[in-house]
Design a protein around this ligand. Structure first.
Ligand code: NAP
Length: 283
């Protein structure tokens, strides 16, 4: 039976470290980390996520601002705001909450954020630096998964890691982080034979968005199972991408949904913002 990874406890540890770092930075330089979140429209999940990010930032002793636009906002007005935030010295981190309404070009908005303030790690320069193995703001969810793996004590170097999903925000950066940690990495997508690939995984990361796609019987006995999926079922409950109960019978460690990877994402966002504030204080 797998040991369950408590993402809330792990995340509160990271958040406490970040808070202590913010206090130290303020004492040494007077700089208070500042996070600006740009949200467009009325997506209910985005509203909750942004509320959670602002609250967490405030608890860490940061300044946090939300710049909310109506669903009808046009590209120029959102770009203008990003330009202002780029120039504002009290703002160290900017994030554009996804998804955006269809009339907006999200790639262009993300490219407009100054790379030093891109605390999501989505800007092409930061994504490229990750590819090259250079220090950079790393995408928060996969960076959180790396903290989770560290906590298990499982050796990543030499392990066979299978990442299911190849999105730019989770799957691809996840595969790169595992590769930089010397895992042998397989990346799966819609055309992959999951039933053949997943049983080879010592470390499985599922980031798909299909509830229960990963069958418990595919899990290699003793594998570490990290479920990034957050799927809202019609009854309102959240479900991961992995068949949890069956997978937990075989895995050595497993993350629950909710309460696994989710809380880590915000913690790593705060860490990226503190790092950006530290760099600004040194500049
Ligand atoms: P995404 O952009 O929709 O990407 C999904 C990926 O899964 C794609 O690469 C897709 O393959 C692959 N896929 C879809 N159906 C598949 C199938 N039947 N078999 C194999 N692969 C399949 O999603 P995302 O943004 O990466 O998010 C993935 C999940 O993680 C979602 O549930 C999301 O809510 C969750 N998430 C959680 C957090 C968190 O904080 N915990 C953060 C971000 C995302 P193709 O490339 O071939 O289309």
């Amino acid at each position: 039976m797998a040991r369950v990874i408590d993402g809330k406890v792990l995340a509160s540890g990271v958040r406490a470290e970040v808070k202590a770092g913010a206090v130290a930075l303020r004492a040494a330089s007077g700089v208070i980390p500042g996070l600006a979140v740009v949200r467009v429209g009325e997506d209910p999940a985005s509203k909750i996520y942004v509320g959670g990010k602002r609250k967490a930032a405030a608890e860490a002793g940061f300044n946090a601002w939300e710049h909310h636009f109506p669903a009808t906002a046009n590209q120029a007005e959102v770009l203008d705001r990003i330009t202002q935030l780029n120039a504002a010295p009290e703002v160290h981190g900017i994030l554009v909450q996804l998804p955006l309404p269809p009339q907006l070009d999200g790639d262009a908005l993300i490219r407009a954020v100054r790379p030093e303030k891109d605390v999501d790690g989505f800007h092409p320069l930061n994504a490229g630096n990750l590819l090259l193995g250079r220090p950079t703001a790393r995408a928060c969810t996969p960076a959180g998964v790396m903290v989770v793996l560290e906590h298990t004590g499982v050796k990543v170097a030499g392990a066979h890691a299978v990442v299911v999903g190849r999105s730019n925000i989770v799957g691809k950066p996840m595969a790169l982080m595992l590769l930089h940690a010397d895992a042998t990495v397989t990346v799966c997508h819609r055309k992959s034979d999951l039933a053949a690939e997943i049983p080879r995984a010592d470390i499985l990361v599922a980031a798909v968005g299909v509830p229960g796609l990963v069958k418990g019987e595919w899990i290699k006995p003793g594998a570490v199972v990290i479920d990034v999926g957050m799927n809202r079922l019609p009854d309102g409950t959240l479900r991961g991408d992995v068949e949890y109960e069956a997978a937990a019978q075989r895995a050595s460690w497993i993350t629950p949904v909710p309460g696994g990877v989710g809380p880590m994402t915000i913690a790593l966002l705060l860490r990226n913002t503190l790092d950006a504030a530290r760099r600004a204080a040194r500049a």
